[in-house]
Design a protein around this ligand. Structure first.
Ligand code: LLP
Length: 437
């Protein structure tokens, strides 16, 4: 992926930097990000909209990896930002990301989070449910502010990578159901309120999707419904946000499309559906990719440690991280490719399984991986760990979260420091002897 290549010294190089040298300098586990690949992905999404002359926003779903530096990078690339919590919003503001390009999501935003978003002046709030409509009305009344919103809809299409389940009544914790009349009732309520500027609608059908069909099906359902809204409420959305979910290639089993291919298919389908809306101009199309912007730009470098061979059964090779820095294999049976970062050209000599260091049998990163002979002097690189790796990292077993380093054109920068032991006990409060004698 991207700028990854094998250097003359047989090492894995990324962004013009020797990953083994970086591992030695910053310690392991270490997340590395190929910054130019992130830029390529961002520009790919934007280019497709620009070529077709369609108004758009590409909002980075920061849940995939939120930190000040990555948000600054997305700002440099002119993207918008999707945040789903006060914490993600705070991080964005610390990065001085323009509030008007921030979209605030969530199925249970708290009063404090909504007040924070209103005060910050976010570009829009993606309203998820009736409770939130009322809450937001009350809060807007208190500060006498009008807020831009999208209504999150569940169109009854759910993508499971290759399959689409079409359900009448969508069973989802998110959004207003399109089929049951919920969405209509919600629209009526928000249109009647003086506190809302109803920009349009949002829908997100799933994640790690390899085909365009799920998106075009969703577009069909939504636009057919817009015809009803036109008749009943004389309302036609100015913005249609089609969510994220564009797949990436973790292993050779995965067959994603290029970013621009998803966008082109969406635009074509919207154009087709627009034919029935005479005199109406095409809504702005917004998307919110997370994984496809940062996923394959990330690589984790581990040090190899202990090994255990059970003759004829399995050869375990342990690394100095695991489910604390990448919970996806344990949580979703996610598959990854890996290499010996300091012996890239060495021929595979054995089939091993990569174990994490947590006290839990389920802490396995990769099953049945072909590797050369390795020792505790070697480094393992796991590819495509840029999305939902650091952002889902945790301190299980009181393991410190790793450092994150950006590389581009031979330059490197530490962007998240490795946690220390002190960090691990920072929020702890020792017993007071007067209370617990
Ligand atoms: N927009 C909404 C409303 C979402 O719920 C999500 C992801 C995205 C955008 C971004 O989706 P992406 O482009 O990254 O697929 N932790 C899981 C993924 C959970 C995705 C949740 N929502 C994983 O590691 O695979």
């Amino acid at each position: 992926h991207g700028t990854a290549k094998i250097g003359e010294n047989n090492h894995l190089w990324i962004g013009g930097a020797d990953t083994v040298e970086l591992a030695k300098k910053y310690g392991t586990p270490l997340y590395l990000y190929d910054v130019s690949l992130i830029r390529t992905r961002a520009r790919g999404f934007k280019k497709a909209f620009e070529e077709k002359g369609v108004g758009y926003q590409v909002a980075y779903a920061s849940k995939a990896f939120s930190s000040i530096a990555i948000i600054q990078l997305m700002d440099q690339e002119g993207l918008s930002l999707d945040v789903v919590s006060g914490g993600e919003l705070y991080t964005a503001l610390q990065a001085e990301f323009p509030a008007e390009r921030i979209h605030f999501h969530g199925n249970n935003k708290s009063v404090e989070e909504l007040e924070f978003a209103l005060k910050a002046g976010v570009g829009c709030i993606v309203v998820d449910n009736f409770y939130e409509i009322n809450l937001l009305k009350t809060l807007c009344r208190q500060v006498n502010k009008k807020v831009k919103i999208l209504l999150r809809l569940t169109p009854g299409i759910e993508a499971h990578t290759h399959d689409y389940i079409i359900t009448g009544q969508e069973d989802s914790k998110f959004g207003f159901d399109l089929g049951s009349g919920q969405a209509d009732k919600a629209l009526q309520e928000v249109l009647e309120s003086e506190f809302f500027e109803v920009l349009g609608i949002h829908c997100h059908i799933g994640s790690q999707i390899f085909e365009t069909e799920g998106f075009t099906l969703a577009i069909d359902k939504l636009f057919s419904h817009f015809a009803i809204w036109e008749d009943s409420y004389q309302y036609f959305p100015r913005v249609v946000n089609l969510g994220g979910g564009f797949g990436i290639q973790y292993t050779s089993d995965d067959t994603p499309l290029e970013p621009e291919q998803y966008v082109m298919a969406m635009i074509d389908e919207v154009n087709r559906k627009m034919a029935q809306f005479e005199g109406k101009s095409m809504p702005e199309l917004w998307i919110e990719p997370g994984r496809s912007l940062v996923g394959d730009a990330g690589t984790t470098i581990y040090s190899i440690g202990s090994q255990k061979e059970i003759e004829g059964v399995r050869h375990y090779v342990s690394v100095d991280g695991g489910m604390t820095d990448n919970i996806r294999p344990a949580l979703y049976q996610a598959k990854y490719d890996a290499y010996t970062a300091n012996k890239m050209n060495d021929k595979p000599a054995q089939t091993v399984s990569i174990a994490g260091k947590c006290c839990e049998s389920g802490d396995m990163l990769i099953w049945d991986l072909e590797l050369p002979e390795v020792t505790d002097q070697d480094y393992l690189s796991v590819s495509c760990t840029g999305a939902y790796g650091y952002s889902m990292a945790n301190n299980y077993n009181r393991i410190q979260r790793p450092a994150v380093v950006f590389v581009e054109n031979g330059e490197e920068q530490l962007v998240v420091k490795r946690e220390t032991y002190e960090d691990l006990v920072r929020q702890d409060v020792p017993l007071k002897s007067k209370v617990f004698v």
